[in-house]
Design a protein around this ligand. Structure first.
Ligand code: HEM
Ligand SMILES: [Cu+2]
Length: 567
């Protein structure tokens, strides 16, 4: 690999040589059917919602730095964690992954575009209004929904009488719209992956990221209708006087929990699988080793998706779930550890004895994968009924899932942004700022979310704005860590904007990676490739004489090279 630590692939004098035109930023403000434009629209829009979700988290941590209630009042605190959780899941991670996959899947498969370009554009343009609707609930007389990102009835139905237009209704409608957008996306991704592969791109030559998208989108198609159904029924109870979930009128609130979690547990893998795919792309490229156990990791993606459909009631161990059902769900929940273990072993074995290049994408990928091990182990602990009943609804649970959604998945997202930034923008980012962003994030994330585990074991429950003074020490550390996380995003924003405007031009393949996306220009032309690629090799053939040959080869059999913009 030729690029040096400061990452400039070509010398300054060529900085502005327009061998290949840079993207015109105005196209991102228009209605476009180009998957690359739509991909960037998703990624930028959802990043703005991440900033909003992060701001809400800063307010939450600001309130929790002292035991007393002093920054916000209780209804507002309830609204803060409800919208923080909702925004981070439904407006940051799930649609960001859809955006990244939108940009990469056709390129990785050697296709000109997604199967249904118009549907693709519509699916994106549903997201901004749905997000704005949700945020606008802060301006309603009684403010946003206040009952958590689950919004369990009957508490979510207790909005002040005579307020038909209320924050809970805005929450429901916004999530129904986002669900429709995701279903459209699922149809598009599955059709593209099955029917739009280039000649020679058999299933077992697809990159793991594509296998991850395939698995995640299958879950969207199978499980998302359950959430949409639950939301529509909840809306009927809230606005049209039905009694489906109202216990006093003979309704069954537990039914809502089953419908909600039948989607929302697979949803954690809809969020995690693409992150696992990102690790499988970045780790071999910077370790210069083939991906260990390619086929097992591909099958494990589908394995995780399949098992994750049958574990949902582990979220309901404290909801009067009968013992036989608890035992069944303990077993299925533990079972998920098998395919995820295969993944974690594959990542570790891939970098084992590798020639590690610790550039920013690699740091985020290694940091994210390492923290997944911690988050995964606490997940297995929570799958055991007896332990779960002890820590149910405490900060142990909050700490566990943040090690997954932030320390693993959001870190993987940053690894992806840095890794494919040159391909998307045609420019290189500044490595020093990237490393600063990584270390602030890595330290901040552990300082914020690790203390939540001992707090939960000591009995601190979640969703409280004030707490007994004995919990203060750990909360102070968690809040200072949270503020550090808030600061950590500044070098990232500065680097991204500065590099898009003025970064050194990138070559086609600055990382000397082997995927099809690196065999075309940076950025790619409208139809992605000058001619349809002929695939002859699986991905990840990095310098392993045992496997393929001395020099790393792309999937089309060319030697990988970092020469500037060779067509
Ligand atoms: C930026 C750093 C973040 C910080 C400092 C943070 C902090 C917190 C805190 C303190 C809570 C507990 C509030 C309470 O129970 O009273 C919370 C809840 C939550 N967070 Fe985060 N979080 C962050 C990022 C994320 C991300 C990236 C996700 C992605 C999915 C996420 C999803 C959630 C969810 C789902 C809840 C539960 C909300 C509820 O109880 O309804 N958070 N967060
Ligand atoms: Cu779960």
């Amino acid at each position: 690999m030729t690029h040096s630590s400061n990452n400039t692939a070509i010398d300054d004098s060529d900085r502005r040589s327009p061998d290949y035109p840079l993207p015109d930023w105005r196209q991102y403000l228009r209605f476009s059917q180009d998957h690359k434009v739509i991909g960037v629209q998703y990624m930028v829009t959802t990043f703005l919602f991440f900033l909003i979700g992060g701001l809400l988290a800063m307010l939450i941590r600001g309130e929790l730095i002292t035991p007393e209630l002093n920054l916000v009042d209780r209804p507002l605190y309830n609204a803060l964690f409800t919208l923080h959780g909702t925004v981070m899941i439904f407006l940051w991670i799930i649609p960001f992954n859809a955006g990244l996959a939108n940009y990469l899947v056709p390129l990785m498969l050697g296709a000109k575009d997604m199967a249904f370009p118009l549907l693709n554009a519509i699916a994106f343009w549903i997201i901004p209004p749905a997000g704005i609707l949700l945020m606008s609930s802060f301006f309603l007389p009684n403010g946003p929904a206040q009952t958590g990102w689950w919004s369990y009835p009957p508490i979510s139905l207790q909005f002040p009488a005579g307020q038909p237009i209320n924050g809970q209704l805005f929450w429901i409608v916004s999530l129904i719209l986002l669900g429709i957008s995701s279903i459209m996306g699922a149809v598009n991704f599955l059709t593209t992956i099955v029917w739009f592969r280039a000649p020679g791109m058999t299933f077992f030559r697809m990159p793991i990221l594509v296998w991850s998208v395939l698995s995640a989108q299958l879950l969207q198609l199978i499980n998302l209708p359950s959430l949409t159904g639950a939301l529509i029924l909840l809306m009927f109870d809230l606005s049209f006087g039905t009694n489906i979930f109202k216990p006093r009128e003979g309704g069954d609130p537990i039914l809502y929990q089953h419908l909600f979690w039948f989607y929302s547990h697979p949803a954690v893998y809809i969020m995690a699988l693409p992150a696992f795919g990102i690790f499988a792309e970045v780790l071999p490229a910077f370790a210069r080793n083939p991906l260990f156990g390619y086929r097992s990791l591909a099958i494990a993606s589908l394995g995780i998706a399949l098992v994750s459909i049958f574990v949902w009631a582990h979220h309901m161990f404290a909801s009067a779930t009968p013992d036989w059902m608890r035992i069944m769900f303990v077993v299925t929940s533990m079972l998920v550890a098998v395919p995820t273990g295969v993944k974690a072993f594959g990542w570790t074995a891939t970098i084992w004895r590798g020639k590690l290049h610790l550039d920013t994408p690699m740091l985020f990928a290694m940091g994210g994968a390492a923290m997944f091990l911690f988050g995964g182990i606490t997940g297995v602990m929570l799958a055991s009924n007896s332990f779960d009943l002890h820590v149910n609804n405490t900060y142990f649970v909050v700490g566990h899932f943040h090690y997954i959604v932030f320390n693993t998945i959001t870190m993987a997202i940053f690894a992806a942004i840095y890794f494919w930034f040159p391909k998307i923008t045609g420019r290189m980012y500044t490595e020093g700022w990237g490393k600063l962003h990584f270390w602030l994030t890595f330290v901040g994330a552990n300082l914020t979310f690790f203390p939540m585990h001992p707090l939960g074991l000591q009995g601190m429950v979640r969703r409280v704005a004030s707490y007994p003074p004995e919990y203060q020490d750990w909360n102070v550390i968690a809040s200072l860590g949270g503020f550090l996380l808030g600061v950590s995003i500044l070098p990232f924003i500065a680097n991204m904007i500065g590099s898009v405007l003025d970064g050194p031009r990138a070559t086609n393949n600055p990382w000397e990676a082997t995927g099809l996306e690196w065999t075309t220009t940076s950025p790619p032309p409208r139809e992605n490739f000058a001619e349809i690629p002929q695939v002859i090799f699986p991905p990840y053939n990095y310098g392993n004489p045992r496997a393929y040959g001395e020099e790393p080869l792309t999937q089309t059999g060319e030697e990988v090279s970092n020469d500037e913009n060779d067509e």
